[in-house]
Write a protein that binds this ligand. Structure first.
Ligand SMILES: O=C(O)CCC(=O)C(=O)O
Ligand SMILES: [Fe+2]
Length: 211
């Protein structure tokens, strides 16, 4: 089904086949083993988010009451470096990102049946020339995307396991969120939905980009 999306938001035709989804779930199992899921908290209020999170890559996106949204090289609970981004995600990034440098962070979000994510922009990175590449695994969700201003009109559409959404170019800073999960709509996971977002956080070194 074709989707009408704000320009720059690419949804179809990017989709991972069943074998790739299964391999990715295995790779993420290893990530979660090394870097356990934790409950992130909103800045200032400390209100827990409904999504559980971890990361892989040189940097991970974290949030807590005191220090707010940020990237850091270590897990907030274990203090250990994040495990590396699985090679198959690097391959996916090379295929779809249109960006010459590797991702530095992969945020792993785990949604239970009642979890959701409010409308927000991904803007804690220093490099907006790279897209955010997002992979859905497991149960379907209702994804919402709008414009670059919070009060711009939004549209929502269902994402299924294997779907890849790319927020890049004009849409890099579009507001987006997850309205709801559709429980038990996939058999890939025993329960729930996993979303992976690959991000470039820092600008590439100047000597490499200067021509
Ligand atoms: O779960 C999703 O599809 C979106 C996640 C997201 O927007 C984020 O982690 O910044
Ligand atoms: Fe986001």
């Amino acid at each position: 089904m074709a989707q009408v999306l704000p320009s720059g938001v690419r949804h179809l035709p990017f989709h991972l086949d069943q074998a790739a989804q299964e391999a990715l779930v295995e790779a993420i199992r290893d990530v979660v083993h090394a870097a356990p899921l934790y409950v992130p908290a909103m800045p200032k209020t400390g209100k827990p988010m409904s999504v559980r999170m971890t990361n892989c890559g040189a940097l991970g996106w974290v949030t807590d009451k005191e220090r707010g949204y940020r990237y850091q090289p270590t897990h907030p609970l274990t203090g250990e470096p994040w495990p590396p981004i699985p090679e198959m995600l690097h391959r996916l990034w090379r295929e779809v990102s249109g960006y010459d440098f590797p991702p530095e962070a992969c945020l792993v979000n785990f949604y239970t049946d009642s979890a959701k994510m409010g409308l927000h922009q991904d803007r804690d990175e220093s490099e907006f020339a790279a897209p955010v590449v997002s992979v859905s695994l497991g149960d379907d969700c209702l994804f919402r995307v709008g414009g670059t201003r919070r009060d711009d009109p939004t549209i929502s559409f269902r994402l299924q396991s294997g779907d890849i959404v790319i927020l890049g170019g004009e849409s890099r800073l579009c507001f987006h969120g997850v309205d709801r999960i559709y429980p038990a709509t996939s058999t890939l996971l025993k329960k729930g939905r996993i979303n992976l977002t690959l991000r470039r956080v820092t600008k590439p070194p100047a000597e490499v980009t200067a021509s």
